[in-house]
Design a binder for this molecule. Structure first.
Ligand code: SF4
Ligand code: SF4
Length: 155
């Protein structure tokens, strides 16, 4: 979601000290803009992640409160604050002040969950990361049940 909500432009919290993991398609898309992979990405804790400079994502323009590659930003940035927690499954990151925003827009929530599922599948393929899919689906049901305008969903 980052920056789609006007509040994000005054918050920028998730673009500071980012740990965002990059997929191959993210690298290719950003390189397609003319950036060099070595400049914006680094290997940290077994994943290729966005690089920080002075405590903020290399692509954050703090003065204007915007992302320099907004239209090409990584998939994980688009999905945030929806995240996958190894203990609890899908959840909203409590660090984000707008964490509950999606709970009032169920079609967006479904879209975000589908994107997160794609993201996790790519993590399995590209990094050998193991996803607990049974936890994923049970947390998906729980989340959709608590969405205020949720329609019955199937997993
Ligand atoms: S932490 Fe949440 S509210 Fe703040 S910029 Fe990120 S998505 Fe927006
Ligand atoms: S790529 Fe853009 S949206 Fe993602 S962390 Fe960096 S500045 Fe924020």
């Amino acid at each position: 979601m980052v920056f789609e909500h006007t509040y994000c432009r005054t918050c920028l919290r998730c673009c500071r000290n980012t740990e965002m993991i990059l997929l191959r398609c993210d690298l290719e898309r950003i390189e397609g803009l003319g950036y060099r992979c070595d400049d914006f990405a680094e290997l940290r804790d077994s994943f290729i992640r966005l690089r920080n400079v002075d405590g903020r994502c290399i692509f954050l323009d703090e003065s204007s409160g915007s992302c320099r590659i907004y239209d090409a930003r990584p998939l994980g940035c688009r999905i945030y604050p929806l995240i996958y927690d190894e203990d609890t499954g899908i959840r909203f990151d409590s660090e984000c002040p707008l964490a509950s925003y999606w709970m009032f827009n169920c079609s967006e929530l479904v879209k975000g969950i589908n994107e997160l599922m794609y993201f996790l599948r790519r993590l399995e393929i590209e990094y050998g990361y193991k996803v607990n899919w049974s936890l994923f689906y049970s947390s998906k049901k729980r989340l959709l049940r608590s969405c205020t305008n949720s329609e019955p969903q199937t997993s």
